[in-house]
Design a protein around this ligand. Sequence first.
Ligand SMILES: Cc1cc2nc3c(=O)[nH]c(=O)nc-3n(C[C@H](O)[C@H](O)[C@H](O)COP(=O)(O)O)c2cc1C
Length: 262
Amino acid sequence: MHDRNMAVIKSLGEREELQMLREAIDAIDNVIVVTDPALPDNPIIFINRGFEFLTGYTREETLGRNCRFLQGDDREQPGVERLREAISQGEAVCVELRNYRKDGTMFWNELYLSPVYRGSQLRYFFGVQNDVTHRKKSESENQRLTETSEQFKRAIEAVMRDTSWFSHRVLEQLATIRSGETGDSELLELSPRERQVLEQLATGANNRVIAEELGLAVQTVRNYISNIYDKLGVHSRAEAVVWASITAAVSRSKLSYDFLQR
Ligand SMILES: Cc1cc2nc3c(=O)[nH]c(=O)nc-3n(C[C@H](O)[C@H](O)[C@H](O)COP(=O)(O)O)c2cc1C
């Protein structure tokens, strides 16, 4: 049986063997390209069906051209540099390239390139291409998530810094209350109008709304707000509002503290 099979295999002519190899290479999902560096501009001398499926270009449109046509005008790519270098040295390389199908859509092409030597002579370059667009998309999504969480971390750190500043001020206030002085001295320095503006600020109203509510010009509201910042020693709306509510809470606790002292 084995001998009979071997006899049939040996009787396969070279043409038939080539035909069989061609069919096998066309049947696989991978994309295969062979170029001939002995011809001018290292043109493509073979592609499989996978190449036609991936790029949308037929065999007739592809053979005889250099593979760079897949880059379109998008030529400034680090991968292209590395390819050029590896090809000139006759070395293997793996790169990721932005390539374009016949219909103009971009795909990420992961290209494995190997030189094929016969003895010491470089005969062909053999390329296997993979469409890794999905992987690249999820990589850039991960990158975006990492950046967002970095921003979030920085925001939290900023809040923590502010919080420690505020808790420091609260402790100061408590110490003042304990020593019998007024705890909300800074708020007491605000004029009745400034207090009204601060209350409005605490509702989240913008300058125009505050102006309408209190029957003031927008510029006057701005002046009040800047006075409030100066008197409370704060630099933003958020700080002013938080500081006002802390002071209010402290002054409420002062009332109960005084009550308990009686
Ligand atoms: C076997 C082989 C396959 C290649 N496949 C691709 C490919 O799929 N896409 C691509 O953009 N470049 C491919 N290249 C690279 C280009 O042909 C070219 O070498 C590259 O753009 C750098 O040279 P250049 O600066 O002369 O364009 C391949 C090269 C070889 C030798």
